[in-house]
Every structure is written in structure tokens, then in C-alpha cells.
Write a protein that binds this ligand. Sequence first.
Ligand code: PMP
Length: 445
Amino acid sequence: MDSKPILALNAFDSSAPHDLGSALEARVRRRAKLFGAASVLFYDRPLEIVRGEGCRLYDADGLAYLDAYNNVPSVGHCHPKVVEAAARQLGQLNIHNRYLHPGIMDYAERLLAILPADLSNITFTCTGSESNDLALRLAANVTGARGVIVTESAYHGNTALVTEVSPTLCKQHSAAAHVRLIPAPDSYRVPPDRLSEAFAAHVAAAIAEFERNGAGFSALLVDSIFSSDGVFADPPGFLRAAIDVVHRAKGLFIADEVQCGFGRTGSSWWGFARHGVRPDVVTLGKPMGNGYPMGAVVTRPDILDAYCTKFGYFNTFAASPVAAAVGQAVLDAIEQDGLIDNARRVGSHLKRGLEDLAVRHAAIGDVRGAGLYLGVELVEDGATPAPALAKTLINALRDRRVLIGAAGKFGNTLKIRPPLCFSAADADHLVAALDDALTQTSRSV
Ligand code: PMP
């Protein structure tokens, strides 16, 4: 079975037969004309969303959709605290970061206080891609080597450097000599007591290959919950053996927290904490600004110093007073709305609901994840990936006004990662809609 590039998952396919009606067809065509081949839309029947609030999105006809897909507006769409903070600061001052402004320092101190103590320097960016791009450059500089290890279906962003380590972005991928792709820690197919050891062995083999081909070993870069690989969170601690291998080989461990940072896994602020590991660099993005473009690279001073003696780093829109105000409001919302605890409680409730469905629907091979980042792997004949079913179900849910996405090498894992204010009633609603969609789908085949 061919692997599926990330942008093909749940994408509207204008070449497939479709009947959108004249008004929607006209809007889809207008967009395709403007954005050309790079235009990607979700769903067989694309959605026009005009408003969001909490975990609800509203389309142009005023219909409400339960959002179980969007992790960027992590504290909820249009959270009043974030909206107010951004508006207030925009009305006062928004400027680049080469003046003294207390806002960004207050925010930096607050953020560093919830990260490991040795990672005491922070560099702000505007996107996850920029964060990973800088992280890779820091690692190459301090190790004097180029070799980077990532998982087979990893996505880490869109710059030239990061595209090279984002295999799932490429339709035809042959990794460069300085990039090694290793299998994801697939807890569905590898027994839990062998997972850690197997993953560490892949890392060790890749490092040995870099020694042979002359690239040298620079870094292991992983998304702490392996989201584009299909969502792998268990057993907790499985990353530890691999990180020991990395550190013994004098490479860096870069924890990409763009997907699961800021409380999503329900037990800590950060996904890597689930594994009890020590990153050398942490990259942040998406949920950091709840939709305002913010990212950051957090690392040890020795790593940043070594880089800045040669290059330095400046990013015009990063670390602005508005970014600081928004970042503070996001942290306030997480703390004051109890969102980490909510992710844990509602996440386990939702997971139990999905596991109950798995008992009744043979197509569900596995339910996994942590907090409010869950994956539901769909299979046929007990184990074969079923991407067509995933697509059918995602569209059937969309028709029931529940939004989810797809993940995994073959696109056969349902990706569920709602805003962290998702309630138990929202979880029940999602499970009932999926139950109904699965029942209808199995009747119609
Ligand atoms: N890392 C991971 C794990 C991601 O999922 C993404 C975006 N999907 C990125 C990095 C890149 O972030 P951005 O799109 O903000 O550049």
C-alpha cells in the first residue's frame, strides 16, 4: 500500500465526480483560480466557516459544527481573554523586539518557568516551521554534523531545511544523505514491552549510517506525540532509551512540541514530559498564540551562544508586544480555565467512549493517544489499514456537523484533537456521531 502525503489526507479532490451546487462550486473555483495548484481544501464538500466560539465553528448559513480537529485555537475559538489582550495591546503599541519592552520579558520568564531549568534561553519566532528551522541550525552548528533522524511520516514544517526532514510532505520522497527516516513507534503493531528497545535500535542504526556516509550525527527530531505518524503516546517512557542513545552519540534531542505542547496531553504542559526525557532543544508553535502566529525555540545558553557567535537571529514579527500579550492570555486561560486537567478528564472519557465503539465495530483496530490528542486506527480483515473507510467516515461526520481529520502513514487513523475546552457532552456527541456513521457505513457496503 502506498503511503499518503499529509496534504492529501481528507483533501477535496476537484477531479473526482462531485455535485456541490452552483454557489459552492463557484466559491471553490474562485479559490482554485487564485491559489492554483497549492490550494488545499478539506472534505468532499468544502466548508465555508465564518465564525468560531469555544469548540464550535459556524458556517455561512449559521449552522454549528463541533470542532474536534483544531488544536491551534487551543484554549477555544475567540477566547475572550485572548481577544481582549490582543485588541488592547494593538491599540497601544506593536513593534519589533529591538527595544526594551517589559511585556515580552515577563512572558519569557513565565514560559521558561514551566520548561526544564537548564533550557534557560528562549528565541521567539512566528511559526513552528521557523522554530524547527532554527533548531536544526543550532544542532548542526554545535555538533559540527548534519545528520538528522526523523520518523517515516514526520511533518515538521515548510522551510527548505525543514521540508528535507518532513517526509510526509513529499509526494515522491527519497531522503537526502543527511536525513534518515526511521519507523514510527507503532504501539499497535509492536508489543509494548519491545517498543522502546525497537525505537532505540532504529535510532542507533541511523547514527551508525551517518558515521559511515560522512554526514555525522546532529539530531533526533521528533514530534512528542508522533501525530502525523498516526498518534503514538504509549507506553509512557518509551522515548527514554532512544534519547540515551542520542546523548551517548553526542547528538541533540529536539522535542517538537508544536502539536502537543501547552497542556494537550493532559498530564503536563509538554508532551516530552510523558517520557521523562531531557530535550536539548524544545520547539513551540501553533497553540502558543491561540491563532496569533507565535513560535519559539527554547534551549541551553551554550547551544545558542555557539550559534550567535557566527550568525545571530532576528525575526521582525516575533516577540512583539502583541505576541507577548496574547501569549500571557493563553497561559492565563490554560491555568484559570483548568484546561490541562480538562484535557486529562475529558480525554479519558472520550477515549473510553471510543474504546466502547471498538468493541462493537470491527473496523476500529486501535484507540490510542493521550489527553485530548487521540487516534482511532481503522482496519479491514483485522489489521490491514483502511484509508478509504477513514475518508468516508470523516466526510460522514462532517455531514453530521462534527469535524475531525486523518493521520498516519496511510491516512487510516482518525485524528481527534479538539480545543482543550472540549466538554464531556461534546465527547459524547462525537462518539454518538461516529457510532452512527460507522453503522451507516457498514450497512452500505
Ligand atoms: N511541527 C509539527 C509537529 C507540526 O505539526 C507543524 C504544523 N502542522 C509544524 C511543525 C509547522 O508549524 P507551522 O505550520 O506553524 O509552520
